[in-house]
Design a protein around this ligand. Structure first.
Ligand SMILES: [Zn+2]
Length: 323
């Protein structure tokens, strides 16, 4: 029978240390070398020690000897992955996207077709399912680019789903592309920030979400001086989706001239951008989220993840699941 760590710890004294033993330990910490086979000692939510054999380590032997032991031989033990962009509300539509062959079909089937019919509880179900499947695949931090915020209740439902799942979640709020909605966005973000920023002991935070240009759904949800000023006043950072091709490259150069291309921005996709746009992004110190699977499936510009372009201007890109 498969036992999850949650079941395992619930059945035992929560103060008792846990020893993960025998796994290939990838620390991602320059001061602690990786181990082909080693131990990780946990007490509550804290990693207390990492070593080749903690049960014979004078400093940690007693705690390790009293620990619940989890045999991780044959597994990789490491920090959780970070998904830098996912539209979590769409999770219950999985298996329908493979029928989509380009961006236009995705926009019409999902954003124009399904999204307007979503009630708050549908937002909750999708976001909860996305967060659970993220955790199940080793992703412990997920940025939810929540772009179906038709009412305040839709946003509350998405945020509560993150909190109820226990994931480290970033709720990035954007109004919907099409259909009826309350026009509460972005103003309602003042309340979202006061009610939810730092919720769940700091695991859940809030940021602004927008599109790069007005090409898909008009100017209201496109990044520009007004949204930049709004985010700055509110003290939140911004994720910008659908950044690709010549129109986005021109937008990036425009933002640079306006002084609103800065390190508070994450630009998503970044396929088919011009060298001039990349130079401006590097100079401004933005972060970049690549979406290699959806780029290829939906055919966004070159559909080749811009790893080399990012590294060449000093940006280490993050990865994302998208749809
Ligand atoms: Zn996206």
């Amino acid at each position: 029978m498969k036992t999850t760590l949650v079941d395992f710890t619930a059945a035992h004294d929560s103060d008792r240390p846990i020893l993960l033993t025998g796994g290939a330990v990838v620390t991602m910490d320059p001061s602690i070398p990786d181990l082909d086979a080693g131990d990780v000692l946990l007490v509550g939510p804290q990693i207390i020690a990492i070593g080749a054999d903690l049960r014979s380590d004078p400093g940690h032997g007693a705690a390790a000897a009293s620990a619940l032991v989890v045999d991780t031989r044959g597994a990789i033990v490491g920090p959780g992955f970070v998904d830098t962009h996912r539209h979590a509300w769409e999770a219950q539509l999985r298996r329908s996207i493979p029928d989509v062959s380009d961006l236009g079909e995705y926009v019409m089937s999902t954003l124009a077709g399904v999204a307007p019919n979503y009630a708050p509880e549908d937002m909750y179900i999708g976001t909860r399912l996305a967060a659970l499947t993220a955790l199940d695949s080793g992703i412990t931090t997920m940025l939810d680019f929540s772009h179906n915020s038709r009412t305040s209740a839709h946003s509350d439902a998405a945020l509560n789903a993150l909190i109820d799942t226990g994931i480290r979640g970033v709720h990035a709020s954007m109004g919907p592309h099409f259909g009826e909605w309350d026009r509460q966005w972005p103003k309602h973000m003042n309340r979202l920030v006061s009610d939810f920023h730092g919720a769940a002991d700091g695991l859940v935070t809030v940021r602004l979400a927008a599109l790069a240009t007005d090409e898909i759904a008009g100017p209201a949800i496109a990044y520009g001086p007004e949204l930049a000023a709004f985010a700055s006043d509110l003290g939140v950072w911004t994720s910008i989706d659908a950044v690709f091709g010549i129109p986005s490259s021109e937008a990036i150069l425009r933002w640079a001239r306006m002084g609103i291309l800065d390190p508070t921005l994450t630009l998503i996709h970044a396929t088919g951008l011009t060298p001039e746009a990349w130079t401006a992004m590097g100079d401004a110190g933005v972060t970049v989220s690549l979406a290699p699977t959806s780029d290829a499936q939906i055919g966004l510009e070159s559909a080749v993840p811009a790893v080399d372009e990012a590294l060449a201007v000093g940006i280490r890109p993050g990865l994302s699941i998208d749809v």
